[in-house]
Design a protein around this ligand. Structure first.
Ligand SMILES: Cc1cc2nc3c(=O)[nH]c(=O)nc-3n(C[C@H](O)[C@H](O)[C@H](O)COP(=O)(O)OP(=O)(O)OC[C@H]3O[C@@H](n4cnc5c(N)ncnc54)[C@H](O)[C@@H]3O)c2cc1C
Length: 405
């Protein structure tokens, strides 16, 4: 049984994996490419009831449920201000989903790992990984190396570990959307604290949540057909984005343009193109495996990327704890995870398309969406996604062996 692991990536999956491995009796060290923590990374995300539940199994939920905004549901509006319906995004019984600043989630998980004596190295960008059969060796951009029994790639959608596992692995695809957002206290909106509203605008998609102290958190998805060059949209300044977005939402009902206009430049976060990874044929090879966005990146519309990453972390640790070899553990892990993540990715891709709907699509949204939402609100699907529960103590049986897992 292998007992040491190199965890590549210190975002969400990385620290969660190290915490879960520690609980399973495996020593893990985390290597993160950024020189510092991930402060300023992204805007905010919603951690589903299922993600919170998975964090609970490794005792890491409390810091998270103390911050952010409880988000049991999202209200959807059309560009004309018509209320399309309400989408339930929490399990009926569990902790409600929570909208959290992304950097805050990164920080909380990092701090929890450090508190439990897990070493997290910053400024360690993996450039290659070699499986020597007896061990696996990682080489970093600064020329240093590290060796362990296992290497776990938690290095996000543009994963280097994925390429080490399979040089022919598909590259992530560009989703046709640029995402950015910000925070402002300098606007008044007609919405209760704790509410989360999304608007299918004529030219772009908008979402805003109101924190308990009245601060408005917002994001926008702006369709752009051609894939931007690496770093291109990140270099565009806040003032230019404000102008572009105010123009994009100018003809829509609702407060989008007003909220953006009221946001100061230093509270508009860096923009990024959205990439997806729908299906990865090989998740592991030898002593290396990928999980989280490195293995499956759903569109942001799923609201599930972070939650699935935490579920992966817990599941992999249980597999390594209960199966006799890492090879069996990896096969069992993929067996347990692939169907679920690919189903969620497929469902989210449909919503993603509606964010960039043309005039016909918009007609469809306005007229058909209320019925879809009504069906979805009580659907098994919501419970299947947000009510997913992982039992840490249940024994995982190797793939192909009958038993409860
Ligand atoms: C606009 C947007 C909105 C989203 N909204 C939501 C949402 O509401 N709900 C939700 O659940 N999910 C959401 N997601 C998805 C969510 O952010 C990801 O699914 C989640 O962050 C995946 O976690 P991860 O740890 O796998 O990857 P990441 O969080 O990307 O972490 C990867 C880490 O690896 C590091 N790294 C990369 N390469 C290397 C290397 N070579 N060596 C060492 N370290 C490396 C990176 O610096 C990073 O810290 C959204 C994503 C986007 C883009």
């Amino acid at each position: 049984m292998s007992r040491t692991a190199l965890v590549i990536g210190g975002g969400i999956a990385g620290p969660a994996t190290a915490l879960a491995l520690q609980k399973a009796g495996i020593d893990a060290v985390v290597y993160e490419a950024h020189a510092e923590g991930a402060d300023g990374a992204g805007v905010f995300l919603t951690l589903g009831s299922n993600g919170i539940d998975a964090l609970k199994t490794i005792g890491a939920d409390q810091q998270i449920t103390r911050t952010g905004i409880a988000t049991p549901q999202i209200t959807l509006h059309s560009s004309k201000g018509k209320r399309l319906g309400v989408s339930r995004i929490s399990s009926a019984a569990g902790t409600p989903s929570r909208t959290i600043r992304r950097a805050g989630l990164y920080r909380a998980l990092y701090q929890e790992a450090v508190r439990r004596d897990i070493t997290v190295h910053h400024g360690k960008c993996l450039v290659s990984a070699e499986d020597t059969e007896e061990a696996v060796r990682a080489t970093f951009a600064d020329g240093t190396t590290a060796t362990a029994d296992l290497l776990i790639g938690c290095d996000g959608v543009h994963s280097a570990v994925r390429k080490a596992v399979d040089p022919e692995a598909p590259a992530p695809s560009y989703a046709g959307l640029i995402s950015l957002g910000g925070y402002t206290r300098d606007v008044t909106v007609d919405a209760e604290p704790g509410s989360y509203t999304m608007i299918f605008g004529r030219r772009a998609f908008f979402g805003y949540a109101v924190a308990a102290d009245g601060e408005v958190w917002w994001f926008a998805n702006l369709p752009r057909a051609d894939e931007p060059a690496r770093g291109e949209v990140e270099r565009i300044g806040s003032d230019e984005w404000r102008r572009t977005l105010v123009e994009a939402f100018a003809d829509d009902a609702g407060p989008a343009a007003r909220i953006i206009e009221a946001t100061s430049s230093d509270n508009i976060m860096t923009a990024s193109p959205v990439h997806l990874l729908r299906r990865l044929p090989a998740w592991h090879r030898g002593r290396m495996i990928v999980l989280g966005d490195a293995a499956h990146a759903p569109s942001p519309s799923s609201g599930q990327g972070a939650s699935l990453a935490v579920e992966d972390a817990v599941t992999l640790a249980r597999c390594l704890r209960d199966t006799p070899s890492h090879a069996e553990a990896f096969t069992t892990f993929v067996d347990l995870r692939r169907r679920r993540v690919e189903k969620i990715i497929k469902q989210a891709a449909r919503i993603n398309n509606s964010k960039a709907a043309g005039p016909l699509g918009r007609l469809f949204l306005d007229n058909v969406m209320p019925f879809i939402l009504k069906a979805a609100a009580s659907s098994r699907y919501t419970e299947e996604v947000f009510g997913h529960h992982l039992d840490w103590d249940a024994v995982v049986w190797p793939a192909g062996v009958d038993g409860d897992s």
